[in-house]
Design a protein around this ligand. Structure first.
Ligand code: BG6
Length: 492
């Protein structure tokens, strides 16, 4: 089965931070793939902007180099040079203001195009860039702004940042990226819930025992230690990616896929999260930091070694229990966990259903295990429904739990696309459904802030865990105290 490509209008995409890591690893490869699939017109321009002194020729060479290891680029050499010719470059210093004239001139030749400004730079530059874009008269009615996280480090700073951006752009022009929302399985979660009759009637506290959301990484902080140490796993992963996943599991069916309808429902979930108190922060939230240990490739350093510091209270692991105070979810815990340098790279949402009320089978048949719906985000994206069957064949009646397995790679013959490909095309199309609205971001911070405060006020350090394990033992205790266990069938 092949995917259906609907071309988007041609556009000018201006990337602030055009020579940065995100452009290199994510934005340019994603654009390349959309161009060779015929979705993004090859007349579109990619305009890299940064302080580095270079010409458009240099930037094209840089783009070639950036795409050097990209799988589809290696296999499509004929498109490769044509794509690099779509790249342009403007040397612009946001702090001194030099370079805006060149950008203005370049854009002036295509006034009517969709115009996208992508902020792939540190958030401290967002306000200044937006003010200057506005002052230069570059905001046309077809203009959109893309913002990368972090959007603030708490509620107050998020509000201040959103205010600065809102002074130049309307909310319906702003696309706040959470790349988890562009992942295949995350989108499939909505389809599974809302395009099947099967799940929705039982998607509630009467039938669901609990939900687990795990995002486990094997890598450490590496070269990002400086950023990471000011952030930590709670800000870096939970405030955005994990809470967004929780919203999609817990939201009510929206009236349509319209951006306002979907985001209104997600917002209600964030607002219904039981507020964290100082007491619940210490009972229901575990933070950890990795010590040196081992990965599949051999010994790996601890967090402090990577940071090059003798001390830091920054958490590289968080496990927590969240509760949603509404009719659908009262009494159903949502266990969230994420960490760096864990045993396996695996991200999953596991919905565990309640036990059957009464078994008609005698003990000899074996136990009746609960049903689980497992949505695997990565690697090996797919969905599994764990159900009970009779063990096939002769002999007595024996029960067995087996997966109804729908691993996408095996079921469909399509290349797994990167989240950025989908999200960038949505920006060009003008579809905000998979982007975070201002009130969502702020509601998420409102829930996170008390956790940060509680950690600030305690003398306790994050619990240690050895790199290459599943995090601190307190994370296991957190869930086992409730008579449950982390789902670890596939590693997590
Ligand atoms: C980013 C975080 O948002 O997501 C990183 O800043 C993290 O720390 C990354 O590694 C994980 O994304 P993915 O798509 O690799 O799961």
């Amino acid at each position: 089965m092949s995917s259906r490509i609907v071309p988007v209008p041609e556009c000018d995409l201006v990337i602030f931070g055009g020579t940065g890591d995100l452009s290199r690893r994510k934005i340019l490869p994603a654009l390349f793939d959309r161009v060779i699939d015929g979705q993004l017109p090859d007349t579109s321009r990619i305009i890299g902007v940064s302080r580095t002194k270079m010409t458009t020729g240099d930037y094209r060479a840089w783009t070639q180099d950036a795409l050097g290891d990209h799988e589809t680029a290696k296999n499509s050499s004929s498109h490769f040079e044509a794509f690099c010719d779509q790249a342009h470059y403007v040397c612009l210093d946001v702090e001194t203001g030099q370079g805006w004239d060149a950008l203005t001139q370049l854009l002036a030749s295509h006034e009517d195009r969709k115009r996208i400004f992508y902020l792939a730079v540190g958030p401290e530059l967002f306000g200044g860039i937006c003010r200057a874009i506005d002052a230069q008269g570059l905001i046309t009615e077809n203009t959109r702004l893309v913002m990368e996280k972090p959007i603030g480090r708490d509620l107050a700073s998020a509000r201040a940042l959103n205010d600065e951006v809102a002074a130049a752009f309307q909310e319906d022009q702003i696309y706040r990226i959470d790349h988890y929302l562009g992942k295949e399985t995350v989108q499939n979660l909505m389809v599974l819930r809302f395009a099947n009759m099967l799940f929705e009637p039982i998607w509630n506290s009467a039938h669901i025992d609990h939900v687990q959301i795990s995002v486990a990484e094997t890598l450490g902080v590496g070269t990002r230690a400086g950023y990471y140490d000011r952030s930590g796993a709670l800000r870096d992963m939970v405030q955005n990616h994990l809470l967004q996943l929780l919203c999609l599991v817990a939201m009510e069916p929206s009236m349509s896929m319209d951006a306002t309808a979907v985001r209104d429902e997600k917002l209600k979930v964030l607002r219904a999260l039981r507020p964290v108190t100082r007491e619940s922060a210490s009972n229901q939230i575990v933070r950890g930091q990795y010590l040196r240990g081992a990965s599949a490739d051999g010994p790996v350093p601890g967090y402090l070694d990577e940071l090059g510091s003798a001390e830091s209270n920054t958490e590289t692991f968080v496990a927590l229990k969240a509760e949603i105070e509404n009719w659908r979810w009262a009494g159903v815990p949502f266990y969230l966990r994420t960490g760096k340098r864990l045993a396996t790279r695996a991200s999953e949402i596991v919905v565990s259903f309640k036990a059957i009320p009464h078994s008609i089978f005698d003990g000899g048949a074996g136990t009746v295990s609960e049903n689980k719906l497992i949505l695997r985000l990565q690697p090996d994206e797919g969905v599994k429904l764990m159900i009970m069957i009779k063990d096939p064949g002769q002999g007595g009646l024996r029960l067995r739990r087996v997966p109804l397995d729908m691993t996408f790679a095996e079921s469909f013959d399509v290349r797994a696309s990167d989240a950025y490909e989908r999200l960038l095309m949505d920006v060009v199309r003008g579809n905000q459904t998979l982007f975070m609205r201002r009130d969502e971001v702020e509601a998420a911070w409102r829930w996170i802030d008390p956790i940060l405060q509680a950690w600030d006020e305690t003398e306790e350090r994050p619990s240690s865990y050895t790199a290459g394990t599943w995090g601190p033992t307190a994370s296991v205790a957190l869930i086992e105290r409730d008579g449950r266990t982390w789902h670890e069938e596939s590693g997590v």
